[in-house]
Design a protein around this ligand. Structure first.
Ligand code: CTP
Length: 434
């Protein structure tokens, strides 16, 4: 009842040598222990979609923990085990981690003289998953290496570009899957199947989120907001009325979408320039959604989603500070580089990007972007020890002088160390600091 076909050519084409070798040695370890094993889920899905693959998830028909220990010893690397769940993580390197899960063997007693047989349990493992497209398994044992096993019509749905659940209770069992359906549909440009969309509507109607922990909703939202372009997913969420699940008074209006689009542009601009820098992208979108809420509603949303204290402070207090600061810049525009510098320097990337997304004034946006790319880096070359040398007593005078040096540099003066030194001496004398 499973469709099988070999896709080792596709694997050879799409996977780098290291990944191929790793999969082969994992398969060989299975053979050595007499276990069937498969790489499953997102890895196989992304391979067939010709997308970049990441996490390797292995399901072993048997004791996954013992298997993971064996592999770790063979590859001479670390392993973390979770006895309670029968799972383990083999840490191949900083970048490559292999998750291992156990699909328990089921024994069927046959009557009379027939022996006890083991039923393939991979199917049962896959049947517990959310959507058909996540139910593919790829065999790694040597004699079947690269055989794709499809029990639930996953290949068909990948071709049809459709998100479908495997069974009708999927969302009732786990309502976070509603967000996942939207996330995958958005990421791959798929549609949510008709029946599946109805199941979503029904699950929302019967208030399936009532008992769902806020932490799990938050985790799903963060994932959606971390996608390259989360806006279609946010539209889809509002089509289902999911924003009301977050808070009955959360409104996502055409004005919100305008700011979201602007956030998109800003983040794309930033990420192209600063490929290496990581920051919580999700927070920018989240703040845009909170922007029009009252402080009380914002607080209640943070409560509902069980947002931890540190993040809560950022989403509430610091966000308000950023909004006020932007208001100040807008109403005093044009402002000098000095003013802009001191207005913005204490906000980190997320808030600077948030302000750029929020402003409707192009000139202000350009100024903030110049601050970010250029003059936030302006720093005096001279240090405290240089001031000691000219006889300044360490203390508040230090900060005062160095800030004045910085201001002069922001105005485009003092391009050398010597000029900075001369400036510092002159300033210290005039202010009776030496
Ligand atoms: N899963 C599920 N229900 C959930 C979460 C996960 O059935 N609420 C299943 C999915 O079938 C998935 C597997 O658990 O294949 C692993 O989950 P995850 O790592 O989140 O899935 P990926 O498909 O790897 O997601 P991503 O590409 O976003 O990492």
């Amino acid at each position: 009842n499973a469709r099988k076909r070999r896709i080792h050519n596709l694997m050879a084409q799409r996977l780098d040598d290291r990944t191929m070798d790793l999969l082969k040695s994992i398969g060989a370890a299975g053979d050595e222990l007499g276990l069937n094993l498969y790489v499953v889920g997102g890895f196989v899905r992304d391979l067939l979609l010709q997308r970049t693959v990441d996490d390797i998830d292995i399901v072993v028909e048997g004791d996954g923990i013992a298997f993971a220990r064996y592999v770790a010893e063979k590859l001479n690397c670390r392993v973390n085990t979770h006895k309670k769940f029968g799972t383990a993580v083999v840490i191949v390197s900083e970048q490559i981690k292999v998750d291992v899960a156990s699909a328990r063997l089921e024994y069927y007693d046959f009557p009379a003289a027939l022996p006890i047989v083991e039923k393939s349990s991979i199917k049962r493992d896959l049947a517990r998953r959310d959507f058909t497209i996540n139910t593919l398994a790829l065999s790694l044992n040597a004699d079947t290496f690269g055989t794709l096993i499809d029990y639930f019509g996953a290949t068909r749905d990948l071709k049809d570009k459709t998100i479908r659940t495997i069974h009708n209770l999927s969302f009732v069992e786990d309502p976070t899957r509603i967000f996942r359906a939207i996330k995958f549909a958005n990421r791959f440009g798929f549609d949510i199947g008709k029946v599946t969309a109805n199941l979503i509507r029904n699950a929302i109607k019967v208030d399936c989120f009532k008992n769902l922990s806020g932490l799990r909703v938050l985790s799903e939202l963060k994932q959606i907001f971390s996608e390259e372009d989360p806006i279609p997913a946010i539209r889809s969420m509002t089509d289902y009325g999911l924003e009301k699940v977050i808070h009955p008074r959360l409104e996502i209006t055409p004005a919100t979408y305008q700011i979201l689009e602007s956030a998109n542009k800003t983040l794309t601009w930033h990420d192209l320039l600063y490929v290496q820098e990581t920051y919580p992208r999700w927070a920018v979108y989240f703040m845009v959604l909170l922007h029009r809420c009252t402080f009380k509603v914002s607080e209640q949303i943070c409560d509902r989603l069980m947002i931890p204290v540190g993040e809560r402070q950022l989403l509430l207090e610091t966000r308000y500070k950023a909004e006020n600061r932007l208001g100040f810049i807008e109403s005093n525009h044009p402002v000098s580089r000095q003013k802009l510098y001191w207005a913005l320097i204490n906000f980190n990337t997320v808030f600077v990007l948030y302000m750029m997304a929020l402003t409707k004034n192009e000139a202000v946006r350009r100024d903030i972007s110049n601050f970010y790319t250029q003059f936030r880096h302006v720093t005096p070359k001279i240090r405290g020890k240089d001031l000691i040398r000219i006889g300044v007593t360490p203390g508040p005078a230090f900060t005062k002088i160095l800030n004045e040096v910085r201001n002069a540099k922001l105005d485009g003066h003092l391009d050398t160390r010597e000029k900075e030194m001369d400036f510092a001496i002159k300033y210290a004398r005039e202010n009776n600091m030496i």
